[in-house]
Design a protein around this ligand. Structure first.
Ligand code: BEZ
Length: 234
């Protein structure tokens, strides 16, 4: 039989469509997620320690993501009953850091066939043929992939960073700005680079709300409260 060739989806492309069985019932992606941001992420295996620490952390932060109009959607190549048993164990037995009785209420996809994980480039044979790596796809309300982050099996993700990515992308879209290194809501944002000599000159002479380090590198302030008022769900 001819081997199917998969290319990894890229930033700026539509996320592949799929139908899946999850711990919260069947889902159709992207139609069930219309109008929402989505973090679609994979983990290597149920009943493993790094993944358990990740799920407890992500579930604890779910409300913050939901408030930012962002839904969480997990996947591994384990089966549904393994997922259910693992999530029950997390809730009933695991106390980790200050987290206990953690209920994972976002859907976790079973992908025994590896069909979905292969289409999203989550299987990296150099790392494992039988497990998905820790992939993260940040997908916008139009179904476009806006950020892709990959971690190897041994490295647990930083969920504050994933939240920062969602808020930064929403801020960029809402206010037509970019966000500099290590940006957090409330820090100065970058205004679009001057596209003409006239604008470059004006920018350098401007004294009000724009601060220029040079003509191509100008920032302005947007208060944290202004950002959250615009992007958080009421
Ligand atoms: C873990 O989650 O602990 C893990 C999973 C697969 C390989 C290595 C570690």
């Amino acid at each position: 039989m001819e081997e199917q060739v998969f290319t990894m989806p890229r930033i700026g492309e539509k996320a592949p469509e799929f139908k899946a069985v999850t711990t919260q019932g069947e889902i159709n992606f992207p139609s069930d997620y219309k109008g929402s941001w989505v973090i679609f992420f994979s983990h290597p295996a149920d009943f493993t320690p790094v993944c358990t620490s990740e799920f407890m952390t992500f579930a604890t932060m779910e409300k913050a993501f939901n408030d930012a109009n962002c839904k969480l959607l997990g996947l591994s190549v384990d089966g549904l009953y393994s997922h259910i048993a693992w999530l029950r164990t997390i809730k009933d037995k695991i106390k980790y850091k200050k987290m206990k009785n953690v209920e994972v209420t976002f859907p976790l996809i079973e992908d025994i066939s590896m069909d979905i994980s292969k289409r999203f480039g989550m299987i990296m044979p150099g790392e494992s043929n039988t497990k998905a790596v820790r992939a993260v796809f940040v997908i916008d309300p139009k179904g476009i992939i806006r950020a892709i982050i990959y971690y190897p099996l041994s490295l647990g993700r930083n969920f504050d960073e994933l939240y920062r990515v969602v808020i930064a992308l929403q801020t960029a879209d809402t206010f037509d700005v970019a966000t500099p290194a290590d940006w957090r809501p409330g820090d100065d944002v970058i205004v679009p680079t001057a596209g003409s000599c006239g604008t470059a000159k004006e920018r350098m002479e401007q004294k009000d709300d724009i601060r220029c380090y040079d003509w191509f590198f100008c920032t302005k302030k947007i208060d944290k409260s202004t950002i959250f008022k615009k992007i958080l769900k009421k």
